[in-house]
Design a binder for this molecule. Structure first.
Ligand code: HEM
Length: 381
C-alpha cells in the first residue's frame, strides 16, 4: 500500500532508520508548533455548528481529524488546494484496506483491491507533485512532510521522492483512523459516565481560571484527567486488538503461577490486547470505565511491568505518534467540553470487529447545545 521503498518493502536496517525519521518528526520539540494550527482547525470546524443540534460524532471527528492531518502532517498545499481530492482518495484507501479480508488476501483480484490500489496511485502522484514543487521553489514548511523530506540516513543519503511519498501515506494511515476512533470512543465513554464527565469539566474550569482561554503545548500537558480519559478509552477499545511478532531467538516465558514456556525461534506469537488490557489482577473491575485507575497513587498500568498497557504497542514497533495523538485528541475534547453541553443520543456503540482496526459500529449520535464555559469563568474571576 505504501510502495516498495518503505515499511515491510525494505530490509530491517532501512526500516529502523525510517522509523527514526518518524520519531524525529514527532518529538516534543517539533510538536509545539502544531498546537496553534490544530486549535485553528478545531475552532473553525465547530464554529459551523449551530446553537444546538444533533450530529454523528464519528463522522464529524473523522472530517475534523482529516483537516488537522492535512494541515500538520501533509501541509498547506493539501489543506488549501487539494483537500477534497486527497480526502476522498484516503477514504477510498482506508475503506478498501481495513477490512479483515484484505489482511488475509491482500492481492486477491477483487474490486476492493483495485479500488485500494487506484487510491494509492492517486495519493502518490499528488504527494510527488507537492514534493517537486517545494523543492523547485526552495520553500520550507514546518509540517511532517517537510521533516520527512529533510531526513537523512546515517550514511548521509537523503530520502528519495518515493520514500517520502510512502512514508507520508503510511503515517496518515497509521495516525488518522486510530485518532478518529479513539476520540469517538473517548466521547462515547465520557458522555455515558456522569462522574467522569463532571471531573473532566472541572479540570477544564481550573485550567481556564489559571490560563484564561489560551492553550499551548504545556497547558495541554496539564490536562492530566482528560489524558487519563483518553488512555482508559484506549484500554477498553484498543485500535489494534492484537500484535503479531516473529520470534528471532528462542526465549522462555514464566507465568505468574511459575509455569515456564519455551518459545522457539521461527514461531509467530500473538499478544492480544483485548485480553491483556482486561486482566483483573492488574486492572480492577476491567469492564468499568475508570480513568482514575491511571491517576496518582493507583497507576494500575505499572503493576505488571512495562508492557501492561499496550495501546501504542511497544519495543521497536512502538507508535511514534503517541504524544501527537494525545495532543490532537485533547485539543478537540477540551474545546468540546468548554463550548458545548453534549448528550449521547444513540445507544452506546458496539464494536465493529470486522475492521482490521476495530471501530464503533454505525452512527454515534450526539446532541449539543452551545455554552460558554470560558466566558462564565472569566467573568467571575
Ligand atoms: C490514539 C491514536 C493512536 C493509536 C492508538 C496508535 C497505535 C499504534 C500502534 C498500536 C502501532 C503499532 C502496531 C504494531 O506494533 O504492529 C502504531 C504504529 C504507528 N503509529 Fe500509531 N497510533 C495512534 C496515532 C498515531 C498518530 C497520530 C501517528 C502519527 C502522526 C501515528 C504513527 C504511527 C506510525 C508511523 C506507526 C508505524 C511504526 C513502525 O512500525 O514503523 N500513530 N500506532
Amino acid at each position: 500500500m505504501f510502495g516498495k521503498d518503505v515499511a515491510f518493502g525494505v530490509d530491517i536496517v532501512t526500516r529502523t532508520e525510517q522509523h527514526r525519521f518518524y520519531i524525529d518528526a514527532l518529538k516534543p520539540a517539533k510538536l509545539r508548533c502544531h498546537v496553534a494550527p490544530m486549535l485553528q482547525e478545531v475552532e473553525k470546524y465547530f464554529a459551523k455548528w449551530g446553537q444546538y443540534g444533533t450530529v454523528d460524532l464519528k463522522q464529524e471527528l473523522e472530517q475534523l481529524l482529516m483537516l488537522i492531518s492535512a494541515r500538520c502532517l501533509l501541509g498547506k498545499e493539501v489543506r488549501e488546494n487539494m483537500f477534497d481530492e486527497v480526502f476522498s482518495g484516503f477514504h477510498e484507501l482506508t475503506e478498501n484496506s481495513l477490512q479483515l479480508i484484505s489482511l488475509l488476501f491482500p492481492y486477491a483480484p477483487t474490486p476492493m483491491t483495485r479500488r485500494r490500489d487506484r487510491a494509492c496511485t492517486m495519493l502518490s502522484s499528488n504527494f510527488t507533485q507537492i514534493i517537486r514543487l517545494r523543492k523547485s521553489s526552495n520553500r520550507v514548511e514546518e509540517d511532517v512532510l517537510q521533516n520527512l523530506m529533510d531526513s537523512k540516513y546515517k550514511d548521509g543519503r537523503p530520502t528519495t521522492e518515493a520514500e517520502v511519498t510512502g512514508l507520508i501515506i503510511a503515517i496518515l494511515f497509521a495516525g488518522k483512523h486510530t485518532s478518529t476512533t479513539s476520540s469517538t470512543w473517548t466521547g462515547a465513554r465520557l458522555l455515558s459516565h456522569k462522574e467522569c464527565l463532571e471531573a473532566a469539566l472541572e479540570e477544564q474550569q481550573k485550567i481556564l481560571k489559571k490560563y484564561g482561554d489560551n492553550i499551548d503545548y504545556d497547558i495541554l500537558l496539564e490536562m492530566s484527567f482528560l489524558h487519563c480519559c483518553i488512555k482508559e478509552a484506549l484500554r477498553m477499545h484498543p485500535t489494534a486488538p492484537m500484535f503479531l511478532r516473529k520470534v528471532h531467538k528462542n526465549f522462555t516465558v514464566r507465568t505468574r503461577e511459575g509455569y515456564e514456556y519455551e518459545i522457539p525461534s521461527g514461531h509467530t506469537i500473538a499478544s492480544p490486547l483485548v485480553i491483556n488490557h482486561n486482566i483483573p489482577y492488574i486492572y480492577k473491575d476491567p469492564n468499568v470505565y475508570d480513568p482514575h485507575r491511571f491517576g496518582h497513587g493507583r497507576e494500575e498500568d505499572r503493576v505488571g511491568g512495562k508492557f501492561t498497557y499496550n495501546a501504542f504497542s511497544g519495543g521497536r514497533h512502538a507508535c511514534p505518534g503517541e504524544a501527537y495523538a494525545y495532543m490532537q485528541v485533547k485539543v478537540i475534547w477540551s474545546h468540546l467540553l468548554r463550548n458545548f453541553e453534549l448528550k449521547l443520543v444513540s445507544s452506546f456503540p458496539e464494536t465493529n470487529w470486522l475492521k482490521l482496526s476495530p471501530e464503533p459500529r454505525g452512527k454515534v449520535e450526539v446532541s449539543y447545545k452551545r455554552r460558554m464555559l470560558s466566558r462564565s469563568i472569566l467573568e467571575n474571576l
